[in-house]
Design a protein around this ligand. Structure first.
Ligand code: ARG
Length: 283
């Protein structure tokens, strides 16, 4: 019998929970304007490649036992594929998105309408916010990004709407303009909920706050974050990530998670990855 240094017995047992996600097929996907440093309208995009890559993500979720619901994309709204920005749902309430840039503003009502006809009580946001792009539920707490898109005023509004503690975190690097590009929730539930993150994407006060709350967090390299490796979805065991984030993948394995690497390179041209294409529905 052989024993290795990293005997599996020392790894925590990870438990997977199934969830319900809202996704939007990239039928109208392209990069026709630039509202983040990733987007270069002068470079070509291939909608059929985006569709194939998106389908792989969709099928991975279904394969892991999740339910996936769909919203129809609308012509002229190429970023609608990034459904994470469509709102934030908790306990059957949908807090609607109010986008910063005019190019995406019509998406707010489109997603709002979907929530209304799909069983949510809809709370129309008064303040500018980009949904789950900047609001991440970790255990009982909502981590909330600001600095590029979502306003601090919306953090207060969301706290009122949900009754949850909302922790303001300030993003400082334009490449990581939404919280979900700089921080990943590894354990969506439970008191030991943990995260992975890129410290350089946050201001000093936010870094201190995150270190205090999550002393055992996984820190990823800038290289992994540049493939939007942190833009990932975990069910507590399986973590769907960008396959090019190989360092993050190794850290996850060391901690007993099961990374599922996917290639979403075409959707990266719009500045989005796995998580951006996924909105959790909490009814
Ligand atoms: N092109 C989109 C934008 O800049 C990408 C959104 C990515 N979504 C996300 N949840 N990070 O708004």
């Amino acid at each position: 019998m052989t024993t290795t240094a990293s005997a599996p017995a020392t790894l925590p047992e990870r438990v997977a929970l199934t969830r319900t996600y809202l996704m939007c097929r990239p039928d109208h996907y392209t990069v026709s304007y630039s509202i983040n440093p990733w987007m270069r309208p002068e470079d070509p995009t291939d909608t059929s490649v985006a569709l194939d890559q998106w389908q792989t993500l969709h099928d991975a979720y279904v394969g892991l036992g999740n339910a996936v619901e769909l919203i129809d994309g609308l012509p002229g709204l190429p970023d609608m594929v990034y459904s994470a920005n469509g709102g934030f749902t908790l306990d059957g309430v949908a807090y609607t998105a109010r986008f910063t840039h005019p190019e995406r503003q019509p998406e707010g009502p489109a997603y709002g309408e979907w929530f209304r006809t799909n069983g949510f009580r809809v709370h129309e946001a008064r303040e500018v916010n980009e949904g789950e792009g900047d609001f991440l539920l970790v255990g009982d707490v909502i981590l909330a990004g600001t600095g590029f898109r979502t306003s601090e005023a919306s953090h207060r509004e969301l706290a009122q709407v949900t009754g949850r503690e909302v922790v303001t975190l300030r993003l400082v690097d334009p490449r990581f303009y939404h919280l979900d590009t700089a921080l990943a929730v590894l354990d969506p539930e439970g008191r030991d909920a943990n995260i992975a993150w890129l410290p350089l994407a946050f201001d000093e006060a936010s870094r201190a706050e995150l270190r205090r709350r999550y002393p055992d967090a996984v820190e990823v390299s800038e290289e992994d974050a540049r493939w939007l490796g942190l833009n990932s979805i975990s069910n507590g065991r399986d973590v769907v990530i960008a396959s090019r984030a190989t360092g993050f993948e190794a850290s996850l394995r060391e901690r007993g998670y099961a990374p599922v690497g996917l290639d979403l390179s075409e959707l990266l041209l719009g500045g989005g990855g796995v998580k951006c294409c996924t909105l959790e529905l909490r009814r």
